[in-house]
Design a protein around this ligand. Structure first.
Ligand code: SF4
Length: 484
């Protein structure tokens, strides 16, 4: 047991996150008591990264480990690289020297930043992404920590009624740009502008929706009719013509997650395409039947093949797919096979995840220390998969990290033929406002002058969301910080 003490530091969370990369929770203790015998003591002297470097050096010495993401515990290394780019041309060097990143991680981070800037640049001032959440799935996966409920049609209808209302009012709010408290003299230049001394966030008169993303949950849990109504409301509320995507207009991408292959039918896909959706995701996570059974998917590998067949036959322009490295019981060969099959099925965009053991998941109850096991195997899986994807012409285009991942690795999105997911990039970049509707949606209002975000959260419990729908809407009107 190692005992740590942080002198003059109240909140030690970020330091503890780094300690957890080296040690399991049972192997260390944070002590406040000055009488206890301490192994490592740190005092804040103006730079939190200094303390992290000391922790890294101390724990490398006692454990022999050299974690490749260095002292970074945040989830957005590419965003950090973007910030560093404003100060220096040698981003790679700073990541290695100041943040202790291994060459392979620093190189990947810089490569992705350069590719993103080259492909889509930075978001335009006043541009906006819209997220709409559908918190339902056919079953709950073993590792799930999202808002996912298994309910009947009546509950889904009740939810949709509330969601339609939120979409309608928020659409009106954006179109009119004149929420409560508006005065004509205010000139709004960016989404979420708040004039000095005013308590109300003003949505601009001229906004541009860059991407729309339906996530969840699994949006295709809805029937074809429900999807049709929902997408019709969305188009009307936000003024989206059916042929808007990919045309000359600002809307670059319209995505609907169809994650669970067993929810995908031809009539649903046709509805999506009729409304201008140009991207869906089919996320089997593995193509090994035994694993699908273990993670609680209740669908077959055949369902995965069928879902791809339907999407291809209907002419979906881009198919995203997620795979997870480190699922229970899987070998390197299993992961290789899943990746090979997904590439053969014709996915355009593949995100490699590492299994994260989240607090709210069944996996946490199943095996609390799962993420500390088989670390080398997970690393091997990702290394192997990166090489296989590059070999087939896929390019890494976005990256993020999660806490409590097995092997302290990262999630990387790869695309073919430059079919990047703009939404995925924007959400990690945090340089654009996101209007998020539905249970669990977290809107983010971006203030360009200060380069910061304010979050406005909807409740994640769908029943409470229905009950308090007017409050959810009002939170957006006022910014959720003060009411007027
Ligand atoms: S498909 Fe996604 S949201 Fe649904 S239960 Fe599985 S992990 Fe959760």
């Amino acid at each position: 047991m190692y005992r740590f003490q942080f002198k003059g530091i109240e909140n030690t969370n970020q330091y503890e996150e780094l300690i957890k990369v080296f040690l399991q929770p049972s192997e260390y203790e944070i002590c406040k008591d000055t009488d206890t015998e301490i192994d490592f003591a740190y005092t804040f002297q103006g730079d939190k990264d200094d303390i992290k470097r000391q922790i890294y050096d101390d724990l490398t010495e006692v454990t022999g480990k050299r974690p490749k993401w260095g002292i970074l515990t945040g989830i957005r290394p590419v965003k950090l690289a973007g910030e560093l780019r404003k100060q220096t041309a040698d981003v790679n060097g700073i990541l290695k020297q100041d943040y202790y990143l291994h060459e392979s991680k620093a190189g990947l981070t810089q490569e992705i930043l350069d590719y993103q800037r080259d492909q889509i640049g930075q978001p335009k001032l006043g541009s906006l992404s819209i997220y709409i959440g559908i918190p339902f799935c056919p079953t709950r996966c073993l590792y799930c920590s999202f808002t996912s409920n298994q309910v009947g049609d009546r509950e889904i209808d009740r939810y949709l009624e509330a969601l339609h209302h939120e979409i309608e009012v928020c659409g009106q709010m954006l179109r009119e740009g004149r929420p409560a408290g508006w005065q004509a003299s205010h000139v709004c230049t960016a989404v979420g502008y708040r004039p000095e001394g005013c308590e109300v966030i003003h949505w601009p008169e001229h906004y541009e929706i860059e991407t729309i993303y339906f996530g969840g949950g699994t949006p295709t849990t809805l029937s074809a009719k429900q999807l049709d109504e929902l997408l019709t409301k969305t188009a009307k509320a936000f003024g989206i013509p059916e042929d808007a995507v990919g045309a000359q207009g600002p809307l670059k991408e319209y995505t609907v997650e169809a994650g669970r292959p067993d929810t995908i039918t031809e009539d649903k896909v046709k509805v999506l395409l009729d409304h201008g959706v140009d991207r869906i995701s089919i996320n089997p996570q593995t193509t090994k039947q035994e694993t699908l059974d273990i993670i609680g998917r209740k669908h077959t590998v055949q369902d995965v093949y069928k879902a791809f067949e339907i999407a291809k036959k209907c002419g979906v322009p881009v198919i995203n797919t997620d795979l997870i490295a480190g699922l229970p019981g899987e070998s390197l060969e299993d992961f290789r096979t899943s990746l090979r099959e997904i590439m053969e099925l014709g996915a355009d965009n593949i995100t490699l995840h590492t299994l994260a053991v989240k607090r709210a998941s069944k996996l946490k109850e199943w095996d609390e220390n799962f993420n500390y096991k088989d670390e080398l195997l997970r690393e091997e899986m990702l290394k192997d998969a990166h090489a296989a994807l590059r070999d087939k012409g896929f390019q890494p285009y976005y990256l993020y990290r999660q806490k409590h991942t097995s092997g302290n690795t990262e999630n990387t999105g790869f695309c073919k033929d430059d079919k990047v997911s703009v939404y995925n990039i924007r959400i990690m970049e945090e340089g654009q406002s996101i209007l998020a509707l539905g249970a669990g949606g977290i809107s983010k209002v971006y203030y360009p002058a200060e380069n910061r975000l304010e979050r406005i959260a909807n409740v994640s419990n769908y029943q409470i969301y229905i009950e308090r729908i007017d409050e959810m809407i009002n939170r957006k009107r006022t910014g959720g910080i003060v009411s007027c």
